[in-house]
Design a protein around this ligand. Structure first.
Ligand SMILES: [Cu+2]
Length: 121
């Protein structure tokens, strides 16, 4: 009985470890505005920080808010393992989702993901 429980614990720990080391792990580390942030001031830029330098030519950012997709301009990297872009449209109160895709470092694989933040002045 106890041996079976131990075996189950060991195998689930191994499954977790395998999952964390897989290449499908998101390279996104953090963002400005922060992931899931509740903002009281409207952001004017988005900056996403990755585990290695993004390839801008393989990257895209989209920002979708309460009235649809916002116009963005000037996707670039500050050469600090980041992507950055200016928000052209007015950020009105509500919930926002940032959609990103990129390839980082020497890995040609394109990763993508999304996260949210909210703005209430
Ligand atoms: Cu910049």
């Amino acid at each position: 009985m106890k041996a079976i429980v131990k075996l189950l614990i060991v195998s689930s720990v191994l499954a977790l470890a395998a999952c964390q080391s897989s290449s499908s792990t998101s390279p996104l580390l953090s963002a400005e505005p922060e992931i899931d942030a509740s903002l009281s001031r409207a952001p004017r830029t988005l900056r996403l920080l990755y585990s290695a330098l993004p390839d801008v030519s393989k990257s895209s950012l989209r920002l979708v808010g309460p009235s649809g997709e916002l116009a963005l301009r000037g996707l670039h990297t500050m050469a600090a393992d980041d992507l950055m872009i200016e928000i052209l449209d007015e950020v009105t109160p509500g919930n926002y989702t940032v959609y990103w895709s990129t390839a980082v470092g020497d890995d040609p694989a394109v990763h993508e993901g999304s996260y949210g933040f909210s703005y209430a002045p």
